[in-house]
Design a protein around this ligand. Structure first.
Ligand SMILES: Cc1cc2nc3c(=O)[nH]c(=O)nc-3n(C[C@H](O)[C@H](O)[C@H](O)COP(=O)(O)OP(=O)(O)OC[C@H]3O[C@@H](n4cnc5c(N)ncnc54)[C@H](O)[C@@H]3O)c2cc1C
Ligand SMILES: NC(=O)c1ccc[n+]([C@@H]2O[C@H](COP(=O)([O-])OP(=O)(O)OC[C@H]3O[C@@H](n4cnc5c(N)ncnc54)[C@H](O)[C@@H]3O)[C@@H](O)[C@H]2O)c1
Length: 503
């Protein structure tokens, strides 16, 4: 089989498919998508090689979910200590030992690292190679192993799982003043005895909100700059408002609708200038974290030479296949989501389609994708938000239950938030659920299960939930929906029946 590279000037260039292959599958990148892909391939007894250029576990373990959630936990405890008087305890001001906080963050990375280690994957039957992988042709991968030389392997299928990296905006002066990103901050701040004194967080997405709140609770004076009119733009406006006021309560100066214009260094240290409603404002700071989105890693490993189309992500079809059907992509590099669990979810489809696609292919299922932002209160969602339903012209009904009516939330003095469910008008079929509150990321699992398996609100109402728990809020919401949908004629008949029985 011959394939001609698309858009290539070299008209003579073509590739010949080998008649034999060294591997069934080569996976490029050992983050969530790559690890799960190679695991599944090995479980089906395929000969699979996993190539990682940097740290096993990818961004989630080393720079993302794990360190950020570890930091959030220390920050939450500091916050709870300050709240002690609300619970009848003596007011406490926590002594923040920042170096110890950062040591704990790194200890937790080390504690989880064995799950993603070379040793574990080797024992599972995966060949793990340290090095930088490059596609030479649709069936050949070249691995630069640094001092250990270059190795070439042929393979029937390839999964691109190269992830994403922080996007750095073209902000004048930014490169000169020095800035932190999720890639660099964990190592840089590990060297510091104290948290940044004056911190600017650029970006009001999940990363910006989680980090801004954590550092504020650990003692930094935080200013958060978001150019959009509100935080967490993907969520409904009321969600953004709850998060904004929570961050404000933590002392963060939240500047939405502010465009960052330029930064530099002056007598009072570093500064950034923003513009809002025609007014310019200059803010002094000591450290700045850039959290304005993540760009897929698309260049430098052969996609261009193979004519594989990319836009913001690698272009794939519903089976996660690229232009070359034996080259597939999963995780942040494939989009449209940028979560660890969606990377793992796509990995199953990419692997099965890569190994068995010429026999049977499976379309990747995006029907019930959940996510959570781990601010306090947490924000979790599955399916449609109200804004999305309106945008897509999908008719819906809303049922809402506020946590200030939930016994457990009242007992815990944690009543900020709600459960909001969108259903098909007149039916109990769930179109989406948004939960804001303590443990929202855990609570949403019930709606994910319901949506995935076609269970409606009646089924949630008919399921026993332990009293008093936060997850009872889901059943309360289902109960509100039920009461709003009782048949008035049936009620009238029942009333008549009872009257008749009384004689
Ligand atoms: C601060 C932060 C917090 C986050 N929190 C959460 C959260 O709470 N929950 C959640 O679900 N998601 C969270 N995420 C997102 C999550 O980390 C990513 O969605 C996830 O890591 C994507 O996995 P991946 O396998 O696609 O890519 P990655 O984890 O980025 O892995 C890709 C790997 O490929 C390697 N690589 C790249 N090119 C090559 C090459 N040519 N050769 C060899 N190796 C290569 C890279 O070194 C990297 O290790 C967070 C992200 C950040 C930054
Ligand atoms: N809890 C989680 O699951 C979790 C946590 C963190 C990150 N993530 C993943 O990582 C992805 C990236 O997160 P993120 O927060 O970096 O990106 P994001 O794209 O979600 O949000 C970035 C924000 O920055 C703003 N922005 C862009 N340019 C700006 C500028 N020049 N000045 C000010 N604001 C600007 C945007 O308007 C946007 O609101 C997320 O979309 C998510 O998928 C997930």
């Amino acid at each position: 089989m011959h394939l001609r590279p698309r858009n290539s000037d070299d008209k003579a260039a073509h590739w010949t498919r080998p008649s034999k292959f060294d591997r069934n599958l080569i996976v490029i990148g050992a983050g969530a998508a790559g690890l799960v892909s190679s695991y599944i391939a090995a479980a089906t007894r395929a000969k699979v090689t996993l190539v990682e250029a940097n740290r096993m576990g990818g961004d989630c373990l080393n720079f993302g979910c794990v360190p950020s959630k570890a930091l959030i936990r220390s920050a939450k405890l500091a916050h709870q200590m300050r709240q002690a008087s609300s619970y009848g305890l003596a007011p406490t001001t926590p002594e923040i030992r920042f170096a110890d906080v950062m040591e704990r963050v790194h200890r937790i990375i080390e504690e989880i690292a064995p799950h993603d280690s070379i040793e574990r994957y080797t024992a599972l039957g995966v060949e793990v190679v340290r090095g930088f992988a490059k596609l030479v042709d649709p069936w050949t991968v070249e691995i630069d192993q640094g001092g250990d030389g270059i190795r070439r392997l042929t393979t029937r299928a390839v999964i691109i799982a190269t992830g994403a990296e922080p996007f750095i905006p073209p902000l004048p002066g930014l490169a000169d003043i020095g800035y932190l990103t999720s890639d660099t901050m964990w190592d840089v701040l590990r060297q510091r005895p104290a948290p940044p004194r004056r911190l600017v967080v650029l970006g009001g997405g999940p990363i910006g909100c989680e980090l801004a709140q954590s550092f504020a609770r650990l003692g930094s004076a935080v200013t958060q700059i978001e150019m959009a009119p509100r935080l967490l733009l993907r969520e409904d406006a009321e969600v953004s408002e709850i998060v904004r006021s929570a961050l404000a309560r933590d002392g963060i100066d939240v500047l939405t609708g502010h465009r960052a214009l330029v930064c530099g260094t002056g007598t009072d240290g570093k500064w950034i200038e923003t513009e809002h409603a025609g007014e310019r404002r200059r803010l002094a700071f000591d450290d700045l974290i850039v959290a304005v989105g993540r760009s897929a890693r698309l260049t430098g490993f052969g996609l261009e030479d193979l004519g594989i189309p990319v836009d913001r992500v690698v272009e794939t079809n519903a089976y996660l296949q690229t232009r070359h059907p034996n080259i597939l992509a999963a995780g942040d590099v494939a989009g449209p989501y940028q979560f660890t669990h969606t990377a793992g979810h796509q990995a199953w489809f990419a692997t099965v389609n890569g190994l068995f696609g010429d026999i049977k292919r499976f379309k990747v299922d995006y029907s019930a994708i959940p996510w959570a932002t781990f601010t306090d209160p947490e924000v979790a969602r599955v399916g449609l938000s109200e804004a999305e339903a309106r945008e897509k012209n999908i008719p819906y009904e809303v049922t809402r239950f506020d946590l200030n009516d939930l016994d457990r939330a009242i007992a815990d003095s944690a009543t900020h938030g709600f459960v909001k469910v969108l259903t098909v008008p007149g039916k109990d079929r769930i179109l989406g659920a948004t939960i804001v509150g303590v443990h929202a990321g855990d609570l949403v699992a019930e709606f994910v299960l319901a949506m995935k398996h076609g269970l409606g609100l009646n089924k949630i109402l008919g399921t026993i939930h332990i009293y008093p728990t936060f997850v009872e809020a889901n059943r309360q919401a289902a109960g509100i929906w039920r009461r709003a949908h009782v048949n008035p004629r049936l009620l009238a008949m029942l009333e008549w029946f009872h009257r008749w029985r009384r004689g």
